[in-house]
Design a binder for this molecule. Structure first.
Ligand SMILES: Cc1cc2nc3c(=O)[nH]c(=O)nc-3n(C[C@H](O)[C@H](O)[C@H](O)COP(=O)(O)O)c2cc1C
Length: 194
């Protein structure tokens, strides 16, 4: 029997019923259809998230010394090797609460780049970015791609990760049937154990 793979859905928008969440649910359908488990972790369920305060503690210990909801996220990052980040754009990047989660992954960055730990990363680690915006500029998804690229790097995930970007989506009602199908197919591929 092949081992069941697990996918963590990291939702970085504060909108529980918004565009990125609706699409992430569709992505999750594809993951489950492929035979994998899907766990949702949304910042919309965790209001007690501080930003990084640059205290420098993690560069000595590898651990963040702030105690808040981020502990749930650290545990999920430690337990999962497949992560799909789903986010909308707020001023071109992930919403501030979601950016707090990314900034707090500095603890992982410190372990890797200051303390020399976790150089190889976990076997089978794989990332994906699903992002949406309401406008349609040429470079719309460049900032979020960079933020998420270096978030995955801090976790020692591979440099290359899958992406799905949708422009001109003000809200869930703007999502086309074709976009739903594409998202589900991407989830299926990402959730496939091999
Ligand atoms: C504060 C704020 C800033 C936004 N900034 C951008 C932006 O820079 N570029 C863009 O295309 N859309 C921007 N939007 C629109 C959202 O990205 C868009 O409506 C998206 O579908 C919302 O998805 P969500 O409900 O999953 O958060 C912004 C929305 C808000 C509320």
């Amino acid at each position: 029997m092949p081992k069941v793979s697990r996918v963590l859905g990291l939702h970085l928008s504060p909108n529980k019923k918004g565009t990125s969440r609706v699409l992430l649910d569709k992505f999750a359908n594809g993951v489950v259809e492929a035979g994998s488990e899907f766990t949702l972790l949304s910042i919309s369920d965790y209001p007690n998230l501080s930003g990084c305060v640059a205290c420098g503690a993690c560069s000595k210990t590898g651990q963040c010394r702030i105690t808040d909801d981020m502990e749930v996220f650290y545990q999920a990052f430690d337990e999962n090797v497949k992560i799909v980040v789903a986010s909308s754009l707020f001023f071109y990047d992930v919403p501030a609460q979601g950016k707090a989660v990314i900034d707090r992954s500095q603890a992982y960055w410190s372990r890797r780049y200051v303390l020399g730990q976790n150089q190889t990363g976990k076997e089978g680690a794989k990332g994906f970015l699903l992002a949406v915006g309401a406008t349609k500029g040429k470079d719309l998804f460049t900032p979020v791609s960079l933020s998420v690229k270096y978030f995955f790097d801090a976790l020692a995930f591979p440099k290359k990760f899958g992406t799905l970007f949708f422009k001109s989506l003000e809200g869930p009602a703007d999502i086309s049937e074709e976009q739903f199908l594409q998202t589900r197919a991407a989830g299926f591929e990402f959730g496939s154990p091999f």
